[in-house]
Ligand binder design. Structure first.
Ligand code: SF4
Ligand code: F3S
Ligand code: FES
Length: 247
């Protein structure tokens, strides 16, 4: 057993401040364990969102020493004995209380994506996909909706005014998944560019760096989507060819 120094943001939508705590830590623990001990011993009103404690529900997203992370997957042995561990709410979304933020922006963006649109002439059981297409979708489907990628992306992190126009990497990835799906008939390129703000992404790759599922968001979703948008914008024949080739 040892002690760790924590500095935790406490407050609500109105105002807040960093509060210092010294908390017991046991071998093998993660930051979420220590936050729970803090609730149990010193700060029973500390608000922290969590659910699975296994890196699978995406609820416990916070910023730890400035880096967006899952509290349940951040081991305490990452830090030295003299480190002060600062835990703050994810910065891009409005605070509800303490470490809990309102991420409903993401669900609003999710609802704006036109759903999977298969060819109505293809009957149930007739749909065929190549393994490479299955694997692409499977990678994107690993997403646990922690929104660490959206939190870290400077387009909305540093520019609140862009939130109206930019869906963030998580839902651009969903648009990319559908756009590259061989059985989806909708053309999503203009939607990606005009409604979801693909052009705002300047490929900084910060989203990919923080993704706890190690999804290659930038390389496998955003860049291919940008290439498709460019081929449609500048070469309609290429676009038509790619459409025909996909059927
Ligand atoms: Fe989280 Fe990765 Fe999904 Fe973004 S893509 S919401 S970082 S799991
Ligand atoms: Fe943002 Fe990721 Fe693009 S961090 S700028 S969405 S590569
Ligand atoms: Fe579920 Fe951390 S508690 S991902």
């Amino acid at each position: 057993m040892s002690k760790a120094s924590f500095r935790i943001w406490r407050g609500d939508a109105g105002e807040g401040r960093l509060v210092d705590y010294t908390v017991e830590v046991n071998e093998g623990e993660v930051v979420l364990d220590v936050l729970h001990r803090l609730q149990a011993t010193q700060a029973p009103d500390l608000a922290v969102r969590w659910n699975c404690k296994a890196g699978k529900c995406g609820s416990c997203s916070v910023e730890i020493n400035g880096r967006p992370r899952l509290a349940c997957m951040t081991r305490m042995n990452l830090f030295g004995p003299d480190d002060v561990i600062t835990v703050t709410p994810i910065r891009t979304f409005p605070v509800i209380r303490d470490l809990v933020t309102d991420v409903s922006y993401n669900y609003t963006k999710a609802r704006q994506i036109p759903s999977f649109t298969p060819d109505p002439r293809v009957k149930p059981g007739e749909m065929r996909m190549r393994q490479v297409d299955v694997e692409r979708s499977q990678e994107f489907r690993k997403c646990i909706e922690c929104f660490l990628c959206n939190t870290v992306c400077h387009v909305i992190r540093d520019h609140e005014e862009n939130t109206e126009h930019f869906s963030g990497p998580r839902y651009l990835m969903r648009v990319a998944e559908l756009e590259m799906h061989p059985e989806d008939t909708a053309d999503r390129r203009m939607i990606a560019q005009d409604d979801f703000g693909l052009g705002y992404c300047n490929i900084t790759k910060c989203c990919t760096e923080v993704c706890p599922e190690h999804i290659k968001i930038t390389d496998n979703a955003l860049i291919p989507l940008k290439e498709r948008v460019a081929s449609r914008r500048y070469d309609p024949v290429v676009w038509l060819g790619s459409k025909i080739g996909r059927r």
